[in-house]
Design a protein around this ligand. Structure first.
Ligand code: KIV
Length: 269
């Protein structure tokens, strides 16, 4: 009997070929157990730098380091076997020059085994995206609301409310696509602009706070599971795990205090 063939992970060219097809399912994960839950259901698991806020309690993604991304990326790779794992390049690890971006992207890929990196920015990052893709590093772009630029954008503001800004946003997406990205996250833009971007580029757009007509959707896992206290309007809670965890912890605390836990079944005799 022949040994069972190992399950191969979904690749960047397979994602790129999904333009206009069945919507691509993507979620963030930062740990092995959560990656294992997502793996059978999603094509892409993103180790987003949102982990700085979600896991480490930072006020923004600015303080996230390459070491943090690698540690969580390794955990997500261990927990998954089928989905493509994409790891965010954190603020300060790629903007300086294409050479700096290549060194850090190669380190992230080499130390985690992930399938691609994601970096934020439109036209200004296109030369860097080209430099990476020409050297064997698949890149997912990220345009619209780019959280690493929160200080220059003046906060987490929906982009494209002013139609005069649309040409710039469209050019960002076109330049990222032409530089060789295999897909592009479109975050926090008005619906009609997201639709224009999806029509303008030949690669799949992955929307978050964008439009149902994007080629795929991504959410932060903790937000859609109801684990985050305050979520933006574009998030739909598919479960209320935060409330369930609160009840469970309160029940445990009460059981410890009234000595009903540990019970007869929970001790070794
Ligand atoms: O860091 C992140 O989680 C992201 C997604 C929200 C797209 O970039």
């Amino acid at each position: 009997m022949s040994a069972q063939a190992p399950v191969r992970r979904i690749t960047a060219p397979q994602i790129a070929a999904r333009k206009g097809g069945t919507p691509i399912v993507a979620l963030t994960a930062y740990s092995a157990p959560m990656a294992a839950l997502i793996d059978p259901h999603a094509e892409i698991i993103l180790v987003g730098d949102s982990l700085g806020m979600v896991v480490h309690g930072l006020p923004s993604t600015i303080g996230v380091t390459t070491e943090m991304m690698i540690l969580h990326g390794q955990a997500v790779m261990r927990g998954s076997s089928r989905a493509m794992v994409v790891i965010d390049m954190p603020f300060g690890s790629y903007e300086e020059s294409p050479g700096q971006a290549f060194r850090n992207a190669a380190r992230i890929m080499g130390e985690t085994g992930c399938g691609a990196v994601k970096l934020e920015g439109g036209s200004r990052m296109a030369p860097t995206i080209r430099f990476l893709t020409e050297r064997g590093i698949p890149v997912m772009g990220h345009v619209g609301l780019t959280p690493q630029a929160t200080h220059t954008l003046g906060g987490f503001k929906t982009q494209g409310r002013d139609t005069d800004s649309w040409a710039g946003h469209l050019q960002d997406a076109v330049d990222v696509a032409e530089a060789g990205a295999f897909s592009i996250v479109v975050e926090g833009v008005v619906e009609a602009l997201a639709d224009r971007i999806t029509e303008a580029v030949a690669l799949p757009t992955i929307g978050i706070g964008a439009s149902a007509r994007c080629d795929g959707q991504i959410l932060v896992l903790d937000d859609m599971l109801g684990l985050t206290a305050r979520v933006p309007r574009f998030v739909c809670s598919f479960a209320e795990l935060g409330a369930a965890a609160d009840r469970a912890i309160a029940d445990y605390a009460a059981a410890v205090r009234d000595r009903s836990f540990p019970g007869d079944d929970n001790v070794y005799r």
